[in-house]
Design a protein around this ligand. Structure first.
Ligand SMILES: *[C@@H]1O[C@H](CO)[C@@H](O)[C@H](O)[C@H]1NC(C)=O
Ligand SMILES: *[C@@H]1O[C@H](CO)[C@@H](O)[C@H](O)[C@H]1NC(C)=O
Ligand SMILES: *[C@@H]1O[C@H](CO)[C@@H](O)[C@H](O)[C@H]1NC(C)=O
Ligand SMILES: *[C@@H]1O[C@H](CO)[C@@H](O)[C@H](O)[C@H]1NC(C)=O
Ligand SMILES: *[C@@H]1O[C@H](CO)[C@@H](O)[C@H](O)[C@H]1NC(C)=O
Length: 412
């Protein structure tokens, strides 16, 4: 009897050890797999390597976060500065999503000639969430240049880092001054240096959503900033992930993160920036900022970082526009860019609404379609090849009212 009991407990111990070993091997295999994935152009980028300090830090963080899923309270705040036009179909979803992620306020600059969002603004002042959204008209901006413009990065070729540097300089001189950067600068002055004095700002568009690559590591932007920006100051860059049309042909009244769940295989080299207010000097373009240098060993050094590992330098900060990162750090966070949506919406955005000067630049005659084989790769609509519902999962778990949309079918 005694012997039999011993053998049962021995078996239990053996199965525990066995389970533990299997778990370790599985985790290790998973880490190795994560480690060699997703570098856009440079497979031999040392920052992507799994050896050395960054890797150990990463492992440590993974372990510690398993015990600690609740969001800590921080003595700093982060806000969003966004320029919008014709965005009413999706902008409440954009707001719900990013407030749930820990951004404390959203500053929307309405680029419509007649301040179309004023009524929405007036009606939401007592709303528990939307009262955190300040809406300003274009004419409120500190330094408005030109009367109306939705021009942004899409008017220019973001891949200018591939060109000869001489070409670049010429190109840069020809590029129009981008009015969008005035709104951004106004935003930081009004709500960072003054007003509520937010400590950090992200500058994105309403069709861009931050997505944590592994939500068991991060689900709050403040946790991410605490690890990747607060200790270093300056700015942090986040690469795009292009989300495709999923072959949708027209608009349907469903959330954007539900309708479009097919993305590119790998991150895109274009970046957007999150900046520390006290280090902010201005915008270079909608993607990149100027921040105060840090002095390292007596040399002024760019203080722009990436999420390759905490403190990683943004090597492309010194390129003519600083708008790319071709190492595409993809382990922590990416900016999912719902650039295309349905075919009809995309043609409207590109060709009907257009931009200021070169608004119809990428469009075929008559504005009925996008010119093929012309312009940067990301101008052509893609259906998307990899199923990925992380953004939708994030939204439905943090803002449960969206779950009802799962009972709708989408035939378009
Ligand atoms: C926030 O707290 C940290 C210590 O946790 C401190 O070093 C820092 O100065 C504080 N920042 C502000 C803005 O109070
Ligand atoms: C919004 O409120 C402002 C201030 O009360 C008022 O001047 C404006 O006409 C209102 N706009 C709309 C569209 O209701
Ligand atoms: C889009 O359509 C193409 C051609 O029919 C098909 O190969 C592809 O799998 C579709 N993609 C999605 C995300 O539906
Ligand atoms: C600064 O100088 C020290 C001593 O020469 C050196 O060990 C260190 O690597 C340098 N740091 C950087 C970032 O170059
Ligand atoms: C670093 O930049 C600051 C401000 O532009 C300048 O005053 C300082 O002389 C520079 N220091 C070095 C070592 O280049």
């Amino acid at each position: 009897m005694v012997k039999r009991r011993q053998s049962i407990s021995t078996r239990i111990i053996i199965s525990f050890v066995g389970f533990y070993l299997v778990t370790c091997i599985w985790s290790f295999a998973k880490l190795s797999k994560d480690g060699d994935s997703n570098s856009c152009h440079h497979n031999n980028d040392p920052t992507q390597s799994l050896t050395g300090q960054p890797h150990r830090d990463w492992l440590q963080r993974r372990r510690s976060l398993q015990d600690q899923k609740t969001t800590k309270s921080y003595n700093f705040t982060a806000a969003l500065c966004v320029c919008v036009k014709d965005a009413e179909a999706y902008f409440e979803e954009f707001i719900d999503y990013h407030l749930a992620m820990g951004f404390s306020n959203v500053y929307l600059y309405d680029d419509s000639p007649n301040f179309e969002l004023q009524r929405w603004y007036n009606h939401t002042r007592a709303h528990p969430d939307y009262s955190k959204v300040e809406v300003l008209h274009l004419s409120d901006a500190r330094n408005p240049k030109g009367s109306s413009s939705s021009s942004n990065e899409e008017e220019s070729n973001d891949d200018d880092d591939n060109q000869q540097s001489q070409n670049n300089q010429q190109q840069q001189q020809m590029l129009p001054v981008d009015p969008q950067t005035d709104y951004y600068e106004d935003c930081v002055h009004r709500f960072g240096f003054n007003g509520p004095k937010h400590d950090y700002f992200a500058f994105i568009d309403v069709d861009e959503f931050f997505v944590f690559v592994d939500e068991s590591n991060y689900h709050n932007i403040l946790d991410l900033l605490q690890d990747y920006l607060v200790p270093f100051g300056g700015a942090l860059t986040v690469n795009w992930m292009l989300v495709g049309s999923a072959n949708k042909s027209v608009y349907a009244p469903l959330p954007i993160t539900k309708r479009f769940q097919y993305r590119d295989e790998k991150a895109h080299f274009v970046i957007k920036s999150i900046v520390k207010t006290s280090d902010y000097l201005g915008h270079r373009n909608p993607h990149a900022v100027y921040v105060r240098d840090v002095v390292v060993n007596g040399t002024n050094t760019s203080n722009i970082h990436t999420t390759a590992y905490p403190g990683a330098n943004h090597k492309y900060a010194l390129t003519p526009r600083g708008a790319t990162d071709k190492t595409c750090p993809s382990k922590v966070v990416l900016l999912y860019h719902y650039r295309y949506t349905s075919d009809k919406e995309y043609i409207f955005k590109r060709c009907t609404r257009g931009g200021t000067d070169g608004g119809h630049y990428w469009c075929s005659d008559g504005g009925q379609g996008i010119r093929q084989g012309y312009g940067p790769q990301h101008i052509q609509s893609i259906p998307g090849s990899v199923f990925d519902d992380k953004a939708w999962k994030f939204l439905t778990s943090h803002v449960p009212k969206y779950q009802m949309y799962d009972s709708f079918e989408d035939f378009h």
